[in-house]
Structures are given as C-alpha cells and as structure tokens.
Design a protein around this ligand. Structure first.
Ligand code: FE2
Length: 239
C-alpha cells in the first residue's frame, strides 16, 4: 500500500457505498483501492467496478447506455490519463491533486480533462442507485429546506440548472461554505477546484442519455432525480 496514492476525494466517500453488484452481494472496498494500481507494474489507475449491474438502472438508463458509458467513455478517460502521467511527476500524485494542480493550465488541459473526467464518472456512478429517488434522509432534507425552502424546490433547482448546462457538462449538488448549493460545470470541470464539496452529480454529456432519450435531456434528468438519485450517497459526502 503506497500511502502517497491514498485518496482524500474531498467528499468523504464511504467505502460501504462501493458495492459490487456482480458478486450479488455488498462487497466493501477500501477507498484506497479505488484509484490505486491493481498491481505493481500495471497502469496506475484501473476502472472502479460499477456499484450495480449494467442493467440495474433500467428502464431509466438502459444497459446499453451504461455499457458504452462505463466500458468505452469512462475507460477511455482512464486510458488517456494513464498514458499522460506515465513517467511524469504526476504518476505518484493523488488524483485530486492532479486535477487541482492542472485546472486552468492551458498546457495541461489534456491531463486535466482526462483526470477530471475519470474522477467525475467514478463519482457519477455512485450518485445513482437502482432504488433511488424518493425522500432524502432527514439530515439532508433539513439542509435542503434551509437552503431552498423545500425538497421539491431543491430538486427543481437541481433539474433546471442541470438541464440548462449549455453543451456537455455536469449538474452538481455541493456544499459551499457549509451551505447547500447547486452548480453546473462545463466539459470536465469539477466543483472541488473552486473549493466546493461535491455531494452528487448528474452527467449531461450526450453520451449519458442520447441512446435512451435522444435530445430529451430534461426527461433524462427528471427520471434520474425521481428514480435513481442516491440521496444516501449525498448525505455521506456531507460528512
Ligand atoms: Fe459521461
């Protein structure tokens, strides 16, 4: 175990949330293994297993979409990241530090984009759960009511902000100075580079929904919020 590779993640991911559906049972994985080399000499990063089966989010998100999104898009970001850091000072740097130290650096845009997209997708899979949606846990509900007046108002703001992202990007529920906020980011940008703590995210790159919803981004976002969003994960990230 290389302590330099252990991950802060800035959002207190709970290892118990990291469940491998393929085994048919909850399997705890150490966060440190999340973005750590699988073995000496292997590429530095490996794809984190999906926390559910590829068809577990149907009918909201099809197995075909998950297969492409996870197996092709997410993997491509990881492969590019591994190529870009091999033999550089970034090879032994925690992923969040790579992202923070390359954000806004024009000559490091390729590395930033692939590192951040690798992180964003790993976070996105955990922002969804087959039995999601519904009422948020009490502590999160209280925060929502403080910041937005009601859970429904918070959900509406999250939907509206996410849908309105121009082009590719992400909608986020975050903590900013201890207060719940909703933000959107373009392309690979991630809120923790601006001091905000991500609680959950919704991917609105077209590859996330186009096979299932074509141009109907709003329908995809609404269905995710109603049926898949993982409020427990957001609560755990509130720390
Ligand atoms: Fe994506």
């Amino acid at each position: 175990m290389n302590p330099k590779k252990s991950i802060d993640f800035s959002c207190n991911l709970n290892r118990r949330t990291f469940l491998m559906a393929s085994a048919g049972a909850a399997v705890s994985l150490a966060m440190g293994g999340f973005f750590r080399p699988a073995q000496a000499g292997a590429s530095p990063y490996t794809l984190p297993p999906l926390p559910y089966a590829e068809n577990a989010l149907e009918p909201v998100i099809s197995a075909r979409t998950i297969s492409f999104h996870y197996g092709k898009h997410h993997k491509a970001y990881m492969d590019n990241l591994n190529k870009l850091i091999a033999g550089t000072q970034f090879a032994d740097m925690p992923l969040e530090n790579i992202i923070k130290s390359t954000a806004g650096q024009a000559d490091k845009a390729g590395l930033f984009n692939n590192a951040a997209q690798f992180w964003n997708h790993s976070f996105y899979w955990r922002s969804l759960t087959p039995k999601g949606g519904g009422e948020p846990p009490a502590a999160l509900r209280q925060k929502m009511e403080e910041a937005f007046g009601s859970v429904d108002a918070c959900k509406k703001a999250l939907a509206d902000t996410t849908v309105s992202q121009f082009g590719s990007g992400w909608g986020w529920l975050v903590l900013d100075q201890g207060k719940l906020k909703i933000v959107k980011t373009g392309n690979a940008d991630v809120p923790f580079t601006k001091g905000m703590k991500p609680l959950l995210t919704i991917d609105v790159w077209e590859h996330a929904y186009y096979l299932d919803y074509q141009n109907r981004r709003a329908d995809y976002v609404k269905a995710v919020l109603d049926k898949l969003v993982n409020w427990e994960f957001a609560l755990q990230n509130m720390g």
